[in-house]
Write a protein that binds this ligand. Structure first.
Ligand code: ADP
Length: 314
């Protein structure tokens, strides 16, 4: 990955001390379930038993169709909302059990969540500089001197000339880069970003992506991103695909794996499921300890079996 976007700066380079590279934060969840109660009193099951293990410093893209639970999972990892059931560990802390106060402390010190849509993360009638100042207010007072310098950060984001510009007058790409600057000003150990590059031009998308990856390169930050863009996902060494509130499959270093879920449930890859619709009978024959054969009986085999009396009794 390339380094930070270069920017020429005539601004003060900031008063912050050289920042201590934070070690990334590991993320682990077990049996995560999340329900939303709708206005008319119905429960929507957004997550139904998710188990995920992410090592400190890993970079993972979450994929999956709309409604599969990606954004919900990210907000639970970021402590923005609490799970209905299950456990979440950030490093050694089980955040699903922490008091509000302790959770707020972890959020302020170690985790940054960039919600979907740059404007949800920014004050639109404030300038770029004011937004960074506001983001730093969320940090614990004792940690603020570890914040990254505004001028340096804006230069790295290619926003030096926007320091005094009001967000409402910025382009989509500039807002997205500013939202990222606000998310990383505290030097988080875990960055959670929901669709950070959607609705951007190819050039802006690539710049924002480079910025995100350079965080991992420079600071070892753990980076989890939700995306629907294959061009974005392929820059991540690991992908997790959600399907119906569960982990459906994983990609690691170019290889695709389906993930065994609760009670041994497997999601077939889409290209198989297309020809094997729900209700298809499948024979499961272990071949070796590490290999199982799945067979969809052909119509001839079925009729031969019926004829032999080996199937279809009754
Ligand atoms: P994704 O990010 O994959 O699109 P979400 O996590 O946003 O999925 O949503 C998962 C499920 O939860 C969907 O069925 C969605 O309609 C529902 N959902 C999300 N947020 C809410 C909410 N605030 N109230 C009710 N249902 C919600």
């Amino acid at each position: 990955m390339t380094g930070w976007v270069d920017g020429t700066s005539t601004l003060d380079t900031g008063t912050a001390e050289p920042t201590r590279p934070p070690a990334g934060l590991s993320v682990r969840c077990r049996g995560l379930v999340h329900l939303y109660r709708t206005f008319d009193g119905h429960d929507v099951v957004a997550l139904q038993g998710v188990d995920v293990d992410i090592k400190a410093g890993e970079r993972v893209a979450f994929l999956g169709p709309s409604g599969s639970g990606k954004s919900t999972l990210l907000t639970l990892f970021g402590g923005v909302q609490r799970p209905s059931a299950g456990q979440i560990f950030l490093g050694d802390d089980e955040i699903s059990r922490l008091s509000e106060k302790a959770l707020a402390r972890i959020r302020a010190r170690r985790v940054s969540t960039m919600l979907q849509g740059a404007s949800r993360n920014l004050l639109s009638y404030a300038t770029a500089g004011q937004n960074l100042g506001f983001a730093k207010l969320a940090m614990a007072p004792g940690d603020r001197r570890q914040a990254r310098g505004d001028a340096e950060l804006l230069a790295q984001m290619g926003l030096t000339n926007q320091a005094n510009q009001v967000v409402a007058t910025m382009s989509g790409g500039q807002r997205q880069r500013l939202a990222l600057a606000c998310a990383v000003v505290s030097n988080p150990a875990l960055l959670l970003a929901d669709e950070p590059t959607s609705q951007l031009s190819h050039q802006d998308r690539d710049e924002v992506l480079d910025l995100i990856h350079s965080l991992g390169d420079e600071f070892g930050t753990t980076i989890l991103v939700v995306t629907h863009q294959p061009e974005v996902a392929q820059t991540f060494p690991r992908t997790i695909s959600m399907l119906g509130g569960r982990v459906g499959s994983e990609g690691r270093d170019g290889a695709e794996y389906v993930v065994v879920g609760k009670e041994g449930v497997l999601h077939l890859p889409a290209y198989v499921a297309h020809d094997w619709p729900p209700g298809t009978l499948v024979r499961v024959e272990p071949e070796r300890r590490d290999r199982v054969l799945l067979t969809k009986p052909t119509e001839e085999a079925e009729s031969e079996r019926s004829f032999d009396g080996t199937a279809g009794a009754g």
